[in-house]
Design a protein around this ligand. Structure first.
Ligand SMILES: [Ca+2]
Ligand SMILES: [Ca+2]
Length: 461
């Protein structure tokens, strides 16, 4: 991670989470930034993802080689994941029924909710307010729209998230109950209920589906993520046929990677997108990495959301005049610089828009920068604050639910177009961050806005 600086003074180093879930612990001490690069990209030894051709039963292929699959995929994509002994790998690769054999990679991180506390009257979080989604501002609530939180699970018992969808999934063969806190926080930004307690989400009447692909440590892998996406496809089209249908997937997770390092993962995302599901993802929490260097945010099929501040910050540092304003690129956010190789970044593909991933950035007397996180639902009840592109993405997932409620015939690319066309101050925001070591080089796609997305004209045919 870079060491954000202002002038010759170290401004900040409070990035807590440096990987998978893209949430920073906003209560972390201001210590020097870790020199370590952020995202995990470790290959899981001897674990592979095998994609098979259409019409072939993945179990039959696995059985041919004596493999006991940990996951079988039959909906978003066909294949399986599991242990393949080194001696059998070449034979699996050579089998005519096999399309791709990809090493499984870690998608993992630690994000700790802290602070907060529930029981008080309902608060409208600064991010919800800033994007114009506070109760009463827009005429939609997400009612009748299913949103899958593909994450660490969701706290089934949280009073401000009731009722959750009855259908849920865990890639670990367990309950989809959150045992980390990250997924519960994400769920609250999307759809915390408009009542008298805790917080209110962007789409407070949307139906949340808990899809657990990260464990208690916030750790998973490509194989667990594909399992979650395959379940979403099955839930919509298979024997489950859930009501309401899942129209939005939120993935506040990722790893370092490239466009083509796991064709099966990309195919599963593309299949959902093609079926009309908007797949909204966190851009990434490493300002030294581009979106094009991270999975899944590099995929042109996803709607990648970078992080900005929701409000002006405060400043007690006498060597810096002014404050870090609302709509400034968060010091931790990845942005969407173009990749000339893949042409990712052209026509809004890359980062679609930025959204609030923190309330504000304050500058201390000593010149340190401190993130004040987004307030949302906390595991085991009440509220807590977290910062990260993990928190920006669910604001956009919530707006996607509002737009789908307004017009259920839209497709996933229509949602991307609406979010882009409705963004505020495109061309000028995100504003540059004053931290050194990070020079914003994205496309200034503008900041997410709910009324803007709802009012955006339909894209030209
Ligand atoms: Ca509430
Ligand atoms: Ca960049």
């Amino acid at each position: 991670m870079n060491s954000p600086r202002f002038g010759s003074f170290i401004l900040c180093a409070c990035l807590g989470a440096t990987s998978g879930m893209f949430a920073a612990d906003s209560s972390a001490e201001l210590t020097p930034a870790p020199s370590e690069r952020a995202l995990p990209s470790a290959i899981v030894p001897d674990q592979y993802i095998v994609q098979v051709v259409a019409g072939v039963n993945p179990r039959t292929v696995a059985a041919t080689f004596g493999i006991s699959p940990r996951h079988v995929y039959e909906h978003a994509v066909r294949g399986f994941a599991g242990y393949i002994p080194p001696g059998r790998l070449a034979a699996v690769r050579a089998d005519a029924r096999v399309v791709h054999v990809t090493p499984d990679r870690k998608v993992a991180a630690i994000g700790k909710p802290s602070g907060g506390g529930g029981g008080a009257a309902q608060v409208t979080p600064a991010g919800v307010e800033h994007i114009g989604a506070a109760p009463g501002v827009v005429a939609y609530s997400g009612a009748g729209i299913g949103v899958a939180v593909v994450d660490t699970g969701v706290d089934f018992n949280h009073a401000d998230l009731q009722p959750l969808a009855s259908a849920s999934f865990s890639a670990f063969g367990s309950s989809a109950l959150d045992n980390n806190g990250h997924g519960t926080h994400v769920a609250g930004t999307i759809a915390a209920r408009n009542n008298s307690i805790d917080v209110v989400g962007v789409a407070p009447a949307a139906t949340i589906y808990a899809v657990k692909v990260l464990d208690a440590a916030g750790s998973g892998s490509d194989a667990t993520v594909i399992a979650g996406l395959d379940w979403v496809a099955a839930a919509n089209t298979g024997p489950l046929a859930v009501i309401p249908r899942i129209r939005v997937v939120n993935m506040s997770l990722g790893r370092a990677g490239t466009l083509d390092d796991n064709s099966t993962l990309r195919a599963s995302v593309a299949a959902l997108r093609d079926s009309g599901v908007a797949v909204v993802v966190a851009a990434g929490n490493d300002a030294t990495l581009e979106v094009s260097q991270q999975v899944p945010s590099t995929y042109p099929e996803v709607i990648a959301i970078a992080s900005t501040t929701a409000k002006d910050g405060t400043n007690q540092y006498r060597f810096f005049s002014g404050v870090i304003k609302a709509d400034t690129a968060s010091y931790f956010t990845s942005d969407g610089a173009f990749d000339p190789e893949t042409v990712i970044g052209v026509n809004g593909i890359g980062v679609t828009v930025s959204g609030p991933g923190e309330d504000q950035e304050n500058i201390s007397k000593a010149g340190f920068l401190k993130s004040v996180g987004i307030l949302s639902t906390k595991l085991a009840g009440g509220t807590t604050r977290m910062s990260g592109t993990s928190m920006a993405a669910p604001h956009a997932a919530g707006v996607a639910a509002l737009v789908f409620q307004q017009n259920s015939t839209l497709g996933a690319e229509d949602i991307r177009d609406r979010l882009s066309a409705g963004a505020t101050n495109a061309g000028t925001t995100p504003l540059d961050s004053p931290t050194s070591g990070y020079t914003y080089d994205g496309a200034r796609e503008g900041v997410l806005n709910a009324p803007g997305a709802l009012a955006a004209p339909p894209p030209a045919p």
